[in-house]
Design a protein around this ligand. Structure first.
Ligand SMILES: [Zn+2]
Length: 198
C-alpha cells in the first residue's frame, strides 16, 4: 500500500494508521477517538450486560438479524455520511473498485471458480492501476469456443496497446483451437471406424 492513511467509517476522516484501533494483524475501520466514544456510550447505555452474554447474543441468529436491522436503519438515517464515505473510498481504492466490477461481471458469467484467490485478484487489479496497465484475461471470459476463468492464474498485466493487439489477435487463436477440435474429432471417428472393422 502506498498510503498509510486510513478512512474512519464513523467520522469519515482520513487519519494516520496509528490513530486506529488494532485488530489482529491490521486495524479496525474505526479511529481510536470514535471507538472510545462508542465504547463509552455502550457502557452508559447498557452497563449491566456482560461482555460474554453480549458476544453470545451477537452470534445467535436473533442477534445477527437485530444487527442487520440496526445497521440498515443507521444507513437510512445517515445517507449523506454513507455516500461521503463511499465516494472517498472509491477515490482511495480505484484498484479494488475495478476488481469488484470485474468480479461482478465474472459472477454474471459464472466464470469465478470456488478456489479463486479473491485477494490475489484484487492485488493484481491494484498493481495494474498503479502502473497504468490493463488486466487481461489470458483466456477470455467469453469467446465462441472457450470460456476462461476469472482466477489469478488467468490474469496478466498488459499495456493498453498490447491489450488492443491481443483483441485483434484472438480470432486467430480461435482458429487454432477450432483446428485442434476438428483434429480430435477426426481422430475419434477414425478409432471408432477401426474398432468397427476389427
Ligand atoms: Zn473516527
Amino acid at each position: 500500500m502506498i498510503h498509510t492513511l486510513r478512512l474512519c467509517t464513523v467520522c469519515i476522516e482520513e487519519k494516520p494508521e496509528g490513530d486506529f484501533v488494532k485488530r489482529g494483524n491490521g486495524y479496525r475501520n474505526t479511529c481510536k477517538q470514535c471507538h472510545a466514544e462508542i465504547m463509552k456510550r455502550r457502557r452508559t447505555e447498557d452497563p449491566e450486560s456482560g461482555r460474554e452474554s453480549r458476544s453470545r447474543y451477537k452470534k445467535s441468529e436473533k442477534g445477527k438479524e437485530a444487527n442487520r436491522r440496526h445497521q440498515k436503519g443507521w444507513r437510512d438515517r445517515n445517507r449523506d455520511k454513507v455516500n461521503r464515505y463511499y465516494s472517498l473510498y472509491r477515490k482511495r481504492n480505484p484498484g479494488k473498485i475495478k476488481a469488484l466490477t470485474a468480479k461482478r461481471y465474472a459472477d454474471k458469467t459464472k466464470a469465478t471458480p470456488k478456489w479463486a484467490d479473491l485477494s490475489a485478484i484484487a492485488r493484481i487489479y491494484q498493481e495494474a492501476r498503479e502502473k497504468g496497465m490493463h488486466v487481461d484475461h489470458i483466456v477470455p471470459l467469453r469467446s465462441e469456443v472457450v470460456c476462461g476463468l476469472h482466477c489469478e492464474a488467468n490474469l496478466q498485466l498488459m499495456t493498453p496497446a498490447e491489450n488492443r493487439r491481443k483483441s485483434n489477435l484472438w480470432p486467430l487463436q480461435k482458429e487454432v483451437i477450432q483446428g485442434r477440435e476438428e483434429g480430435c474429432r477426426a481422430l475419434a471417428t477414425g478409432i471408432v471406424k477401426a474398432l468397427q472393422e476389427a
